[in-house]
Design a protein around this ligand. Structure first.
Ligand SMILES: NC(=O)c1ccc[n+]([C@@H]2O[C@H](COP(=O)([O-])OP(=O)(O)OC[C@H]3O[C@@H](n4cnc5c(N)ncnc54)[C@H](O)[C@@H]3O)[C@@H](O)[C@H]2O)c1
Length: 423
């Protein structure tokens, strides 16, 4: 049985082998390019999920996802896409429980707000918001409507990261002190621009802004590792950026020095380094690294008073436990021993980022079905996302520390950890 199916069964409380159809959950999908179509495919593999409506301004993408839903044996979903506000009609339908949003960045917040105002759970792609004002829009709307909003940060659900979370919660690393994380993902030749060097929609962000454009995958697991919003909170943030060399160099190398982008001015520096200080005295370093040639990496390192985990080395060192003084130990046996319940139930499938996409969607759908809080709530969604705007502000002011707003309005002092807690 695949990850999606088994997670769906286990998470809906139905024992394997007794496959009763769970209560239907009706989901609309808005923005069905590469990511939205992939998420729709994952949703269609979850028991009881129906997709009655889809939305995209690109007619080819709309037709492609409609065919996907029909191939899965469901009626052709109604399509919306006559203009950029067509999503409002989808969200006003009375036969949807939730909306998944995978459109361009600037639409994430308005679409999620619209979903919540219409009483639909919002599952919104990363980043959920681009500045502090949008972060507050999400928080205020979720609080006023009582409707959850979950940013679909999938690396929070990785098997290794959840095993580390289990180890941290058993205090095997002691008291948390410091963390490093990164989104090191060369996206110049296929995502910011297409293979022929033409702009794709995110390219304009490289022209206009100098900031950490994509901090959410780096920060996803870090929030629960460090009890952020449940015992501690971000206090200040300071960012610095290198000059931009990588984009010009890429275009000169691949298309020749005459290509306009070989000399064009892009505001975005190649590497952005952000240091966050928490109220509890922890520090977190985040690297944005998306425009220099390199293999993919997240470079997580989490360090406490008893030892540390290093994702790149796939290793741990735990004082008093590791057999050799100051020698790394392999992490895989720890991952096996401390495997998270979410993965014990459904390990094995590789659909969508090693099974993380199915798991996060299964948990999102379960929350919608049970009318409970989503595993990543609106506060965690905006805490990860606010780094986009605040890093830009800090860089523009000469890398000075800027205050991170308390989106929980003081609740972080008394809230208990929820993410990954299985009762
Ligand atoms: N979590 C992950 O691992 C992950 C991976 C890839 C992308 N993403 C996120 O998913 C989002 C989409 O990325 P992508 O690579 O699929 O891009 P894409 O260009 O392939 O798809 C975006 C789609 O949104 C549609 N769209 C844009 N504005 C719209 C509007 N107003 N109404 C309706 N449709 C609209 C476009 O026509 C397009 O089909 C981005 O926000 C990205 O950050 C997340």
């Amino acid at each position: 049985m695949g990850m999606a199916a088994s997670a769906g069964l286990a998470l809906s409380g139905v024992a394997q082998g007794q496959e009763a159809e769970p209560k239907p959950v009706r989901v609309g999908v808005v923005g069905v390019g590469n990511r939205g179509t992939s998420l729709a495919g994952n949703l269609l593999r979850l028991p009881g999920v129906r997709i009655p409506a889809v939305c995209d301004i690109n007619p080819d993408h709309l037709a492609r996802v409609q065919a996907l839903v029909e191939t899965a044996g469901q009626p052709k979903p109604e399509g919306y896409g006559e203009n950029e506000l067509a999503y409002e009609k989808l969200m006003a339908r009375d036969d949807l429980d939730a909306v998944i949003i995978a459109s361009y960045w600037q639409w994430h917040t308005p679409m999620a707000v619209c979903a919540m105002r219409n009483g639909k759970y919002a599952g919104v792609e990363v980043p959920a918001a681009l500045d502090v004002a949008q972060c507050w829009d999400l928080v205020n709307t979720s609080e006023q409507t009582g409707v959850p909003c979950m940013m679909l940060e999938n690396w929070s659900f990785r098997q290794d990261n959840l095993a580390v979370l289990n180890m941290i919660r058993q205090r095997m690393l002691g008291e948390m002190v410091h963390c490093h994380c990164a989104h090191s993902h060369d996206c110049i030749d296929h995502w910011f621009f297409d293979r022929e060097g033409n702009d794709r929609w995110p390219a304009e962000f490289l022209v206009k802004y100098n900031r950490d454009q994509y901090p959410t995958h780096s920060l996803g697991p870090v929030l629960s590792w460090m009890d952020i919003n449940c015992g501690d909170a971000f206090a200040t943030l300071a960012s610095t950026a290198t000059a931009q060399r990588g984009i010009n160099a890429y275009f000169a190398r691949r298309f020749g020095p005459q290509h306009p982008n070989a000399t064009k001015a892009f505001a975005q520096g190649d590497i952005v380094t952000t240091t966050i200080k928490t109220h509890g005295g922890k520090t977190i370093i985040i690297n944005y690294d998306m425009q220099l040639p390199r293999p993919y990496d997240n470079r997580w390192l989490i360090q406490g008073t008893l030892g540390l985990y290093n994702e790149q080395r796939d290793a741990v060192y735990l004082t008093g436990q590791s057999p050799e003084y100051h020698e790394w130990e392999p992490f895989p046996p720890y991952q096996e021993q401390h495997n998270h319940a979410w993965w014990r139930e459904g390990a094995g499938a590789q659909d969508g980022h090693g099974g993380t996409d199915s798991l996060e969607l299964a948990l999102f759908v379960k929350a919608v079905r049970d009318r409970t809080q989503t595993p990543i709530d609106v506060y965690d969604s905006v805490t990860m996302s606010c780094v986009v705007g605040l890093s830009g502000e800090s860089i523009a002011k000469g890398s000075v520390p800027v205050v991170v707003p308390d989106f929980t309005r003081g609740q972080w002092k008394t809230r208990k950890p929820v993410f990954g807690v299985v009762v």
